[in-house]
Write a protein that binds this ligand. Sequence first.
Ligand code: G3H
Length: 524
Amino acid sequence: MSSQNHTFEQLHCKEYLVNGKLEKWEGPVSNVYSTIDSNPSTSYSPTLLGSIPDMDSDSAIEALESAKNAFNRGQGKWPTMKVIDRLKCMKRFADKMKDHRDQVVELLMWEIGKNKSDSEKEFDRTVKYIYDTIDEYKNIDRSSSRFEKDSGIHAHIRRGPLGVVLCLGPYNYPLNETFCLLIPAILMGNTTIFKPAKHGVLLISPLLKAFKECFPPGVVNILFGRGRKICPPIMKTGYVDVLALIGHSSSAVALQDQHPNKNRLRLVLGLEAKNPAIILPDADLDLTIQECISGSLSYNGQRCTALKVLYVHESIADEFNKRFSKAVDNLKFGMPWEDSFLTPLPEPSKPEYIRGLIDDAVSKGANIINSKGGELSDNYCYPAVLYPVNNTMKVFEEEQFGPVVPIIPFNDIDKPLGDMANSEYGQQVSLFGTDTKKIGPLIDTLANLVCRVNLNSSCQRGPDIYPFTGRKNSAVSTLSVHDALRAFSIRTFVASKDNIHNNRILKKLLDSNDSNFISTDYIL
Ligand code: G3H
């Protein structure tokens, strides 16, 4: 697909952030391409967007040492700093980040093919997330700025940092998902090493300077290159305290396996999902189709929360299939800056992979029921609606993470419930129906199989104030503005027996500025 008149100025990122310095990278580089073709008059070729450092294990260890020294076994400036001062640094960063909105949005469109309004939404949502996180940490700090007393023991309980965090994000939300890990990790007093995703990497480069200027040396370290080259040497040292990763469980497991001391390693993981929609006979079909279209195909289905399989009751399957297929064929494919609903896929091998899933399902008895389904081009495979799908097909098992919609008919609710119980995943479900006598008990079961039941609504992560998590292979730990601050910290406290001697010391500590931990100051 061509870019027509939309041009792009190449960006060659030659710096990385370690020890509070933007270091010049003199080693080998990797080119960054967009699958969007910028020269429509010739045969298809991807567009060269720029390049990034192709860093090695020496640089990885340099970043680890930097983070380790900044934490300095809990004695570092950042982990011992007053909360109010850490909040000020973060606010400064968010303010500076806003200056780069246009460039980051442009890069999101070219690097990962996300359409304009969704790219803008990703940027704005991320900035809002940072400000909301600042406010939430104030709330947490306010409620811990006090002493408690039980069984003759005074306690001053706060949340403290965990140590060094290795942070890795996904290509589909290279800014938002990554920052939803990185920002709370930093704010809670940890020190971090961050390697951007393979696609959606150049967009981090405009923010390097802001990171450098807003945080003390070593608190944020940013590396570029291949994960499999950079991350294993870091994990093997045993000095990573938290692995924070949004991506595939195979990467998360491989990285955990490198760590020599697994009990020391905490995990904050957002992994695969195969969220189903269950469509009951009395569902409002107009609403259901609208939600299933956005649920299964917004950003071409490349969302962990996407609806990846639709269970439709047999009694309404013909009608649903007819109307849903028509709605899919009406979706516009085009360039991200035209704000098209369907846009080029950023992974060069994805169209062939999706086509492979379609061919496999067709060879096992499914039909492509929409007329454009499966049309292949250099950077796209038009969404195919497949019916009837069964559990012998690859698309039943695999998280397609792309434009293909499998539909499974059912006449007994135990069919979708059984499949969900047997599934490796347990993130969310969408339930479409009206009769509360049917919906009520179903909700009670579904809430035990997944972590969010969306009633007559597509699955989604937001609003970010709500818990985002999953059962089984879908997640470890919970993320929300509040929960993420908890995930990257631990309760730690000062306890003292209630006697004149101790109380005199506590009083003195409170009246002085001798401890940043012992303080009942209320952050305004
Ligand atoms: O890829 C998974 C994202 O967390 C999905 O977020 O539901 O807001 O698109 P979203």
